[in-house]
Write a protein that binds this ligand. Structure first.
Ligand code: 5GP
Ligand code: ZN
Length: 115
């Protein structure tokens, strides 16, 4: 999608600190980290939000993104300490980039409830 920041990251037009790259999913460091580890996991195809990831295709995509995020967390050494996966959705969810992404947050103790 032409003016989507994350599609530009997929195409290489915007550089990022890449963590793990595959044909269908990418993981890269967030430019404005909210924790010692703050990685974004995105599909390389443009999907605006989890609201658009339903039905059989959506289940496949979300399973892939979650399993990939868990693999990245393992590779970053977060399994013992733990981590949090977040999907902000729409205005109340605080979504600011409308290309589906999971936040992988770790390296500090998270609080609950979230802000
Ligand atoms: P959201 O608020 O939509 O859940 O999360 C979007 C995230 O994308 C934010 O945490 C923001 O810091 C991150 N972000 C926005 N633009 C860029 C960018 O150009 N590069 C990287 N690495 N992260 C970005
Ligand atoms: Zn996009």
């Amino acid at each position: 999608m032409a003016d989507c920041i994350f599609c530009k990251i997929v195409s290489g037009a915007i550089p990022v600190k890449m963590v793990k790259k595959t044909p269908d999913v990418l993981a890269f460091h967030d430019v404005n980290p909210q924790a010692p580890v703050h990685v974004l996991v995105i599909p390389t195809n443009h999907v605006a939000s989890i609201r658009d990831a339903q039905g059989p295709e959506g289940e496949k995509l979300m399973g892939r993104l979650l399993a990939f995020a868990a693999e990245v967390a393992t590779e970053l050494g977060l399994d013992d300490s733990g981590y949090r996966l977040v999907i902000n959705t729409g205005p109340d969810g605080g979504q600011s980039v409308f290309h589906l992404h999971l936040h992988l947050l770790g390296g500090r103790r998270m609080t609950w409830p979230p802000g």
